[in-house]
Design a protein around this ligand. Structure first.
Ligand code: SF4
Length: 217
C-alpha cells in the first residue's frame, strides 16, 4: 500500500459512506486509491452486470479482473464478452491459474473432489492474490444479503495491504432485480435455467425456490 493510503482510516471512510449509493462508493474508491492502482474483481456471474454497469458509468477504463479457474461454464465466458461489448468496458483482464502449478498439483483435474480447499486455493486464491499485487485497492460485488461472513460487511475494509470497497454491501435482491430491469442489462445465459449463482462447473448446482442466492455454490 502506498504511503498516502496507509493514512486512510477505513472505518472512518465507511462511516462517511454509510448511506452512499453504489456509484458514490465507486467514485470514492477512485478518488482515494487513484486510477492507476484500483481494480474491480468480477466473476461475470448471475448478478455481476449490476456492479459492472455502475463501474462503467463512473469510468469504463478501470481494470476488471476476471478469474477463469479452468472450470467455468462456457456460458460465463460468453457472458463476459457480451458485457464487455454492452457496457463498453475497456480493460477486462482474464486471469488464469499458472499452467505449471496446475500440472503439478492437479494433473488429473480431480482436485475439486479430493481436496476442494486446495483446489480453490490453486485456482482462485493464488491467481487473484497475484493479480491484485499490482493494485492498492479493489472493488467487489459482495452483498450483506448473501449471508454468512458477508452479513456485516462495511462499505470499505482493509485486507492485507489493500483497501477493499463493497459498493453493493447494502443493496437488496429486489434492488438488484430493479437494476437489471431499469438499465436493461443482459442476463447470464444460465440465469433462466434454475441457477441463482454460477461458479465452477463441478461445484455449482441448481437451487430450489427459497434457497439463498449462493446456495448452489
Ligand atoms: S469452486 Fe470447485 S472447481 Fe472451482 S476452484 Fe473451488 S473446488 Fe475447484
Amino acid at each position: 500500500m502506498n504511503a498516502n493510503l496507509k493514512a486512510v482510516d477505513a472505518a472512518k471512510l465507511s462511516e462517511k459512506l454509510a448511506e452512499a449509493t453504489p456509484a458514490e462508493i465507486v467514485t470514492e474508491a477512485l478518488r482515494t486509491v487513484g486510477k492507476d492502482r484500483l481494480a474491480v474483481a468480477s466473476s461475470f456471474g448471475i448478478e455481476s452486470a449490476t456492479l459492472l454497469k455502475i463501474v462503467a458509468d463512473v469510468d469504463p477504463s478501470i481494470p476488471v479482473l476476471f478469474l477463469d479457474t479452468g472450470w467455468l461454464f462456457p456460458e460465463t465466458v460468453a457472458y463476459r464478452d457480451t458485457l464487455i461489448e454492452h457496457l463498453g468496458l475497456r480493460d477486462v483482464r482474464t486471469i488464469t491459474p499458472a499452467a505449471e502449478k496446475l500440472a503439478q498439483k492437479d494433473p488429473l483435474q480431480g482436485l475439486y473432489a479430493t481436496d476442494p480447499d486446495a483446489c480453490c486455493y490453486l485456482r482462485k486464491v493464488e491467481p487473484l492474490s497475484e493479480a491484485l499485487g499490482d493494485f492498492d485497492g479493489w472493488i467487489n460485488g459482495r452483498k450483506r444479503y448473501q449471508g454468512g461472513q458477508r452479513t456485516g460487511i462495511a462499505p470499505v475494509e482493509v485486507e492485507g495491504q489493500r483497501l477493499k470497497f463493497n459498493p453493493l454491501a447494502r443493496v437488496t435482491p429486489s434492488q438488484i432485480r430493479q437494476m437489471f430491469l431499469g438499465w436493461e442489462l443482459p442476463v447470464h445465459p444460465l440465469a433462466g435455467q434454475g441457477f441463482t449463482s454460477v461458479g465452477c462447473i463441478p461445484c455449482t448446482r441448481r437451487t430450489n425456490p427459497g434457497d439463498t442466492a449462493r446456495a448452489g455454490r
